[in-house]
Design a protein around this ligand. Structure first.
Ligand SMILES: Nc1ncnc2c1ncn2[C@@H]1O[C@H](COP(=O)(O)OP(=O)(O)O)[C@@H](O)[C@H]1O
Ligand SMILES: [Mg+2]
Length: 375
């Protein structure tokens, strides 16, 4: 897995048995392998839809395939696992447009992930499933979120309603009422995860992210600015909905910084941190809690290491009557969760089984996701 933060690759080595929503899995281990700074820069440049050169995108597609294969090899070596049977690779999203819009006389929604599966398969000598999202778009869905398959398999409970919240570059939640059938699962992107804070840290401090939320802790939340930022059409739109750098990327940050007035750098980071927490809490309050009873609020992703963010989120979710717990408490390390999800989705595809949850993506039907590269 490599997410919109473009921080690197998360590899999960998973043993999987059974199939469908009853499949069982055991996470053997996981490893995070950061992108070298030059690759991170190239990935972020590729997401600039106005400027990226086709030749660079094509090269990056093959380069990333090779880097993903290296990452899997490295993870296998460090864990002493000699043989794997199948690899799943989400790839790096460089463009995602989940909403249909008119284009040259047709209505189009589209998505594009880089990381060539054929290269990974050739290097590892195992079949590879990649390119998971297009099949869901082709079935009328938004192509995201796909992690709800894992969330449903791993976290559903007969007794407790659970909200599973991942905080990566973008923040997304999966809501599973007690005893829910798959079609009763709701999932959507709540808005920015670390994306806004990361970009502010980069442009104001020259650092990739706010380690442990230390900068935000020093700053004051600018309440009027926060209210203005929360008054955003994305937050008000009803799910299903998806977000990416298209919504909260460079242009968003430029507009944000224009509103800074005389605010200090730390105050801006504190306000962006509160924006992430509050937009999550408001999404839960407006779109999830009216529908069913929930008890647990399970967090994962790199954002769960930002203690300032987590403190605000914990206060807000407590106020909503929820108990915040890390996914680690449920046996899935928070940094590994999304990688585990794509291991399970690859396995589903290999067995010709669907991996999307239509109520989460808005698709008309379950779809077998991805493309297979054979050795
Ligand atoms: N120790 C930390 N303190 C604060 N934030 C962190 C820490 N470690 C990781 N992060 C945040 O998590 C992000 C990566 O999270 P990740 O779940 O991999 O997101 P994505 O799926 O978008 O790649 C980083 O860009 C950073 O914002
Ligand atoms: Mg990441």
């Amino acid at each position: 897995m490599s997410g919109t933060s473009a921080d690197g690759v998360d590899v999960a080595l998973v043993r999987i048995l059974g199939g469908g929503f009853k499949l069982r899995f055991h996470l053997l281990s996981h490893k995070h392998i950061g992108y070298p700074p030059s690759v991170r820069r190239a990935v972020l440049a590729a997401m600039n839809s106005q400027r990226a050169a086709v030749s660079d995108l094509s090269r990056l597609n093959f380069l990333l395939g090779s880097l993903y294969a290296d990452a899997i090899c490295k993870a296998q070596r460090s864990l002493g696992i000699k043989k794997i049977d199948l690899a799943g690779c989400h790839g790096q999203t460089i463009y995602h447009q989940g909403e249909v819009s008119a284009f040259l006389g047709k209505k189009i929604a589209c998505t594009w992930q880089l990381g060539e599966g054929a290269i990974i398969a050739a290097q590892l000598r195992v079949p590879v499933v990649s390119d998971f999202r297009p099949a869901d778009l082709a079935a009328g869905g938004k192509g995201a979120p796909l992690v709800p398959f894992l969330d449903y398999v791993a976290f559903r409970s007969l007794r407790a309603g659970r909200i599973v919240q991942n905080i990566g570059g973008i923040a997304n939640l999966t809501a599973i009422p007690a005893g829910a059938k798959p079609e009763q699962v709701t999932a959507f992107d709540t808005g920015p995860g670390n994306m806004v804070v990361d970009q502010l840290m980069q442009s104001l401090y020259g650092r990739p992210y706010d380690r442990n939320g230390e900068v935000a802790r020093e700053g004051n939340i600018l309440q009027p600015l926060l209210e203005e930022l929360l008054d955003n059409h994305y937050f008000k739109r009803r799910p299903p909905k998806t977000a990416g750098r298209e919504e909260f990327g460079r242009e968003y940050i430029e507009a944000f910084l224009k509103k800074r007035g005389r605010a200090s750098k730390a105050d801006l980071v504190a306000t962006a941190t509160a924006l992430t927490a509050q937009s999550i809490a408001r999404a839960v309050k407006s779109f999830i809690l009216p529908g069913a009873k929930y008890r647990d609020f399970i967090v994962s992703g790199g954002g769960s290491k930002n203690s300032t963010l987590l403190k605000i989120l914990s206060q807000e979710t407590t106020r909503l009557g929820l108990i915040l717990r890390p996914s680690d408490d449920f046996g899935i390390p928070s940094q590994a969760k999304e990688a585990v999800a794509f291991a399970l989705l690859a396995y589903q595809t290999w067995r010709h089984q669907p991996g999307n949850i239509p109520s989460a993506t808005g698709a008309e039907r379950p779809a077998v996701l991805g493309k297979i590269s054979y050795v």
